[in-house]
Design a protein. Structure first.
Length: 255
């Protein structure tokens, strides 16, 4: 697919996807979802890639969905547009490799839902977060009502969802919406530093950690423990033997 909105660059074994529609504050439209679906497939087919980073160009990560595209939609079209976004962001969760959001600026509405579809989030100190859909007489459509309380708890989620107010990066860090806050000029450096640390670990182990952790959240505790045991066992003759021997021999593991 020829990309108009997304740009892909590769830094060793890290894929960096930049949303490049700054004139519209990177607002999400139908074209974006088509391109992101294609990008997920493309990066998933690159065996050398161990981590994917998503960021935005300009002063926004993503400032929301494209209201101009939505304003004349029928209820049926709205449902379809919601499902499109939900499916795209779910595909990020289903990627085998970790996906990190590097949040450079405004991350509102559909943009926050995109960021929450990533595995974790690193933010610029100038980033602003919110789910402002109620300001337009709407509700989130890309699973914001489902992911936000799972990440920050019911009370903080409902306050953001019902008020439509924005919060800053430090408050987002306090409630667990982001995992690290950096100065704006250090955002990509810090994000790539973390990505490289992850990329240096056993790639199969990292993939299994993502799968088991995410799958386990949807299971009874004992079922999740059983799943963990199964995947733990499979690693012994996969990367685990090399990793443990390297530890005992005081050398770097060859993953």
């Amino acid at each position: 697919m020829e990309y108009e909105i997304l740009q892909l660059s590769v830094d060793e074994n890290i894929a960096i996807v930049t949303i490049n529609r700054p004139q519209a504050l990177n607002a999400l439209n139908s074209r974006f979802f088509q391109e992101m679906d294609a990008m997920v497939s493309q990066v998933s087919g690159m065996p050398e890639i161990r981590v994917m980073v998503i960021t935005g160009e300009g002063k926004a990560f993503v400032a929301g969905a494209d209201i101009a595209e939505m304003v004349d939609m029928t209820p049926e079209q709205g449902i379809a547009f919601s499902k499109t976004g939900q499916n795209t962001f779910r595909s990020l969760e289903k990627m085998e490799i970790p996906v990190i959001a590097a949040i450079n600026g405004f991350v509102l509405g559909g943009g926050l839902e995109l960021a929450m579809g990533c595995d974790f989030r690193i933010a610029s100190s100038k980033a602003k977060f919110g789910q402002p859909e109620v300001n337009l007489g709407m509700i989130p459509g890309y699973a914001g009502t489902q992911r936000l309380p799972r990440l920050v708890g019911l009370g903080d989620a409902l306050m953001l969802l019902m008020s439509g107010e924005m919060i800053g990066a430090e408050e987002a860090l306090r409630i667990g919406l982001v995992q690290k806050v950096t100065e704006p000029e250090q955002l990509m450096e810090e994000t790539l530093k973390i990505a490289r640390i992850i990329a240096s670990k056993g790639p199969m182990a990292v993939k299994k950690v993502k799968y088991v952790t995410r799958a386990g959240r949807m299971m009874h505790f004992d079922e999740g423990c059983n799943l963990e045991s199964e995947f733990f066992g499979t690693q012994f003759k996969a990367e685990g033997e090399e990793g443990m021997r390297a530890f005992l021999e005081k050398r770097k593991a060859n993953f």
